[in-house]
Design a protein around this ligand. Structure first.
Ligand code: 26M
Length: 822
């Protein structure tokens, strides 16, 4: 009885081999003798995609068989990272594929490295969306992610003469085997124009929107496979195009130039990701992008709902829609417009549906980062939505005026419209009023939200608020990026932890075992050697794998305080210069991260890191005890190489500023110890790993607030701290910049006179804490134990746990197992 496997679904080595060869011929039109590396990459990717398609179709079928509530995640960003290796792991065919490619005479790693990652996000928020899509599928929850198919993702960073330079990210240049264009699935989206008011036959007052422009959104679907389950959810990204109709209209009117121009305007909508993070920039195109993807997504959801034979007023029984920050918050007004104008519901029915559909996640406490839209700009793009927002606001303020006893201060703060020299729309307020649930992303962050930025909403609707501490997927951030550690862990406690991360606690009993400690630190050393090789290739810098790898990788931002880290480097350097024989633990400082192209100070921080590196790395007195590396173009691919090699994780933001952080979790899971402030999820990480396994320093959020209210005086700290003063004087006098005393002027000025992030106030505490790190690292046995315990106690920080909480508390959805050929 011979079992013949289907070449498109079979999972044995033999069948995979055949599938790759087949695809090489039938998709790429090549045979082995002339196939390029990319041909093989494509052939393998299509072979993997075939296997996913079977599960994808089965999932859709399963979801339509009975009625299930579907999670709809709206996010302007998805920072997925490369697909190939992740899909092999989730399909459970990594080993088999490795063997199959080997037998074809090619290395799997070599193909994996060929993939250009889709960088459709800036940082934490976009990466969180990607981890959540992974966990939703792994937990077998029916879900759709909606977003924008940017033709150009986050820029590529290069470093020239120590400065960041940006290059476009043309990630689609070699095609994308992981998406399927659904040409037939498209929606029209109106923009601009004006309103006509009239009374209809039934005597109802109505607004008719006469748009200036209509664009078409076309769906591009990417399958999101769960780990070792059949569930395969969809990430649906919208590409903007010109509707066919108007070239005809314009051609007929004889205006060829107009037609071509309009086509360009339409295609521009999904052209490029805005590279800002935590900063406002009220650009018209950004609002158009947000509205474009939200409108397509809601029209799509309504279509799915109605095709199931349901009534429009029961929409919320089919979908729960999560808003990833306020970027998609215009969905609340768009839902009202669709229900009122296109589906003829009355206001109160429409509002009941809308306000039971949406839930809002806040990701920032920086008041300057809360989205605001200039009212006139908003009106010029979305005149009908402005009218709707006015009406939402009128009814809302009517209702609350009584409850706040007419307090004008409170009414002003709650209003959806801000008054100033110019009026503006407050998107966070719209999100709060239109959502049935509001959450922060770490315990401290949620508490601060309730006490500060959203305090008046919390007073009105305490029951809407909850905390959902972020998490990260162990599939990508452990199994995929650190296979050696994965193997070691599984050899001791089995592999159940990959789906049930709390099981890592089983490692605790090996924390004192000398053999296990040795194996643990051997893996770490091997990962450090790998990273050292990459660093050498990319930057030319030689680093010692035996030195402590002290790592800060994240977006460059004043509040994240990469410059506090560099002040520590300078301080160590000066100690060596003053006492060349000083006994300090050799360290390699690794920095990586992008600065928003318009953020001058952040770009200057990158220059400072590189300038200090040039001096420190090349000073013979240092004797290679210190190395400073700026690893260019931080992205998911590079992050996967860096995390496993970390000994020390720098999480040093000003307390109260980092909403959660997720890199802090990835580093700790990979056995790094954290030096950090009581900020974001650091607080909870410390609670879990134990205070004796965490290097704590710095002011608390409360102390920060108090010092700021009393008036922070950085100059005093500078004058009274000799090491700090020396370091700052060197920076300003040009010690690190060939005696050019102008380069770092703006940075020095900001730190000495108007630093919002209290760098100097935390300097001494940081340095003392780093001195403790130095002492701790000398005790290899103790360090190994602390490292093991960090990993063992990180179970809480799986995105599976986060998603479980969202499902139970907010979305009220359950898992729906998918069976093949069912
Ligand atoms: C805004 C306007 C115009 C263009 C872009 C933006 C914008 C884009 C991304 C603003 C903020 C963006 O992301 C913010 C972000 O990544 N926040 C981080 O979210 C993580 C996930 O919750 C948290 O872990 C981090 O603490 C938080 O900084």
């Amino acid at each position: 009885n011979v079992l013949v496997e289907d070449a498109r679904t079979g999972l044995t080595v033999e069948t995979l081999k055949k599938a790759i060869q087949n695809n090489l011929f039938y998709v790429q039109g090549k045979y082995p003798e002339i196939a390029t590396r990319n041909d093989y990459y494509m052939a393998l990717a299509y072979a993997v995609r075939d296997r996913i398609l079977q599960r994808w179709v089965a999932s859709v079928k399963q979801y339509l068989q009975e009625k299930h509530r579907i999670v709809s995640y709206l996010s302007a960003e998805y920072l997925l990272g490369p697909h190939l290796a992740n899909n092999l792991i989730n399909l459970g065919i990594y080993k088999e594929t490795e063997q199959a490619t080997k037998e074809l005479g090619i290395s799997l790693d070599w193909l994996i490295e060929k993939e250009v990652e889709p960088g459709l996000g800036n940082g934490g928020l976009g990466r969180l969306a990607a981890c959540y899509m992974d966990s939703l599928a792994t937990l077998e929850v029916p879900a759709i992610g909606y977003g924008i198919r940017y033709q150009f993702g986050i820029f590529e960073q290069d470093i020239r003469d120590g400065w960041q330079v940006e290059d476009t990210d043309n990630w689609l240049r070699r095609g994308n085997p992981w998406e399927i264009a659904r040409r037939e699935l498209s929606y029209d989206v109106k923009l601009g124009g004006y309103l006509q008011h009239y009374t209809d036959r039934d005597g109802k007052f109505r607004s008719k929107w006469i748009p200036e422009l209509t664009v078409k959104g076309v769906a591009y679907d990417t399958p999101i496979l769960g780990y070792k389950v059949n569930t395969t959810n969809t990430l649906r990204l919208w590409k903007s195009e010109a509707p066919r109709s108007f070239d005809f209209q314009s051609f007929n009117a004889g205006d060829y130039n107009f037609a071509v121009n309009q086509k360009i305007v339409c295609e521009n909508l999904s052209k490029v990701l805005y590279p800002n993070d935590e900063t406002l920039n009220g650009k018209k195109l950004r609002l158009q992008q947000q509205y474009f993807f939200v409108s397509c997504s809601l029209q799509d959801m309504i279509g799915i709902h109605l095709r199931q034979g349901e009534k429009i007023e029961d929409f919320q029984s089919t979908f729960s829609v999560q808003l990833n920050d306020t970027h998609p918050a215009v969905a609340i007004a768009e839902m009202m417009r669709l229900l009122l104008d296109e589906h003829d519901l009355d206001w109160s029915t429409a509002w009941r549906v809308t306000s039971r559909t949406f839930a809002y996640t806040n990701h920032t406490l920086l008041p300057e980062a809360l989205e605001k839209w200039d009212l006139e700009l908003f009106q010029s793009v979305l005149p009908r939505h402005l009218e709707i927002i006015y009406e939402i606001n009128r009814r809302f303020l009517d209702e609350v005026t009584v409850r706040v006893y007419g307090d004008p201060e409170k009414i002003r703060s709650l209003s959806l419209i801000g008054e100033g020299p110019r009026k503006y729309i407050k998107m966070a307020n719209l999100a709060c009023v239109g959502s049935y649930a509001i959450n922060g992303v770490a315990a401290l962050h949620t508490e601060l939200l309730k006490k500060t930025v959203l305090k008046d909403f919390y007073a009105l609707y305490p029951e809407k608020f909850s905390n959902k501490t972020n998490g990260v997927t162990p599939r990508r951030w452990m199994v995929l990026s650190n296979p050696k550690l994965t193997e070691l862990i599984s050899s001791k406690i089995g592999d159940g932890w990959i789906k049930h991360l709390e099981e890592l606690s089983g490692l605790e009993k090996f924390a004192d075992d000398p053999d296990f400690q040795k194996q643990w630190m051997d893996v770490k050393l091997e990962m450090k050697k790998n990273l050292a090789r990459k660093i050498k290739n990319r930057t030319g810098i030689d680093v010692n794998p035996e030195s402590m790898f002290d790592i800060q990788v994240k977006r460059i931002h004043e509040y994240k305080r990469q410059h506090l880290n560099i002040l520590h480097v300078i301080t160590l350097y000066n100690r060596i210069k003053q006492n060349p024989e000083i006994d300090i633990v050799p360290r390699t400082f690794v920095f990586a991260g992008k600065a928003a192209p318009g953020y001058k100070l952040a770009k200057l921080m990158i220059k400072l890191i590189n300038s200090v590196g040039d001096i420190v790395n090349n000073d013979p007195d240092v004797k290679d005890r210190l190395k400073v590396v700026f690893y260019p173009n931080y992205n998911v691919t590079n992050a996967q190489k860096i995390y496993p090699a970390a000994d020390l994780s720098e999480q040093i933001s000003t307390a109260g500023k980092e909403a959660s952080g997720t890199g802090n979790m990835k580093l700790s899971m990979n056995g790094a110890l954290t030096i950090g402030t009581l900020d974001g999820a650091n607080v909870e990480i410390r609670e879990c790993v134990g205070e004796e396994n965490f290097f704590l320093f710095g002011l608390t959020a409360e102390e920060v607030a108090r010092i700021k209210s009393e008036g922070y005086n950085p100059y005093g700290y500078y004058q009274n701290n000799a090491e700090l003063k020396l370091a700052m004087d060197q920076i300003s006098s040009g010690y690190f910049s060939h005696l050019d005393d102008t380069v770092f002027k703006d940075l020095v000025k900001s730190l000495l006179y108007d630093d919002q992030f209290l760098l100097f106030a935390d300097y001494q505490s940081y340095i003392e804490c780093q001195d403790k790190v130095d002492v701790a690292y000398r005790d290899k046995v103790k360090w190994a134990k602390m490292s093991i315990l960090n990993t063992a106690r990180m179970g809480k920080f799986s995105s599976d746990r986060s998603i479980q909480e969202y499902c139970e508390d907010i979305w009220k959805v359950k898992s729906v197992p998918v069976s093949l050929n069912g």
